[in-house]
Write a protein that binds this ligand. Structure first.
Ligand code: AMP
Length: 284
């Protein structure tokens, strides 16, 4: 059995891990920076996890460029890159899965059944294989972040989690490997997402407390004349992810939108006590 982390652990070396699916950008690299000064070995994994893709999703065509990823990781000071095969991660006979029950139900969980089961399972597997003491995740995948935090708590995992803010393109679009799918006109339409999120944040700060109105406003700004298709625009409690009728002190506005065939997700913290980035408590 693969046990990458054992030798490091036996030498008393602390490993920090940034799990990724590759096709890296500055968002991924910013997570490596969070590990600086905390651990002895800054590691990243690259694994396009079949378990978190549903039938008809983009597992096969997910962008891959290992050579470029290795260059980027090297220049970002990454000490170790773990690139397992599907067989390494899920040997024949593998049959143990992690299901974070409630937090996996709303938002993306509603539209991608089994997705977060796949995410939680692969993350636990990466934690155990690397024996990492730290792991960094991006708040761009907000639901994923709170699910991993819950799993880490529930299973008493000895891993300290670090969460990084969303890195964006100059026009505000969240950096994402999937942005590579967008044509030039689609790329322009995609810029409506951060614009609409900022609009909602300002409207909530200006006193609009009804989530219904904010959601409608966001949907209108994004859909325009039908150039984009909303999967969901939801405003939820930052901790439980339960839907809210009123924004209250702070809430997370999260959305998933199709621009052409490309599914984009993004989120923002809104409300008087919200900040521009949702804050996930670091303590597990
Ligand atoms: P992925 O390769 O898409 O699975 O992402 C790997 C990690 O990078 C996850 O923890 C993501 O939340 C994080 N990430 C993805 N995009 C960004 C971004 N634009 N800014 C910061 N972190 C990101």
């Amino acid at each position: 059995m693969l046990d990458l982390g054992l030798a490091f652990q036996q030498q008393g070396l602390k490993l920090g891990l940034v799990p990724t699916m590759g096709y890296l950008h500055e968002g991924h690299l910013s997570l490596l920076k969070l590990l600086e000064g905390k651990c002895d070995i800054k590691a990243a994994s690259i694994f396009v996890n079949p378990l978190q893709f549903g039938p008809g999703e983009d597992f096969e065509r997910y962008p891959r460029d290992e050579a470029q990823d290795l260059k980027l990781l090297d220049s970002a000071g990454c000490d170790l890159v773990f690139i397992p095969s599907v067989k390494d991660m899920y040997p024949i006979g593998f049959q143990t899965y992690v299901q974070v029950e409630k937090l996996s139900q709303p938002l993306c969980g509603r539209l991608r059944p089994g997705h977060f089961r796949g995410v939680a399972t692969v993350v636990l597997r990466l934690f155990t294989v690397t024996r990492c003491r730290y792991a960094a995740f991006g708040l761009k995948d907000y639901q994923q972040a709170v699910i991993i935090r819950q799993m880490t708590r529930d299973l008493f995992l000895n891993v300290e989690l670090l969460f990084g803010k969303t890195l964006r393109e100059p026009d505000g679009l969240a950096k994402s490997s999937r942005n590579a799918y967008l044509s030039v006109p689609e790329r322009h339409i995609a810029a409506r997402l951060p614009f609409a999120l900022e609009w909602a944040r300002s409207a909530a700060l200006a006193g609009e407390d009804k989530t219904h109105n904010l959601r409608l406003g966001v949907e209108k700004l994004i859909v325009g004349n039908g150039e984009a298709t909303i999967q969901y625009v939801d405003i939820v409690d930052p901790y439980t992810l339960e839907p809210l009728e009123a924004v209250g002190p702070k809430a997370v506005l999260a959305l998933a939108v199709f621009v052409g065939k490309t599914r984009l997700i993004d989120n923002i913290m809104i409300g008087p006590q919200g900040e521009s980035e949702p804050v996930v408590e670091m303590k597990v």
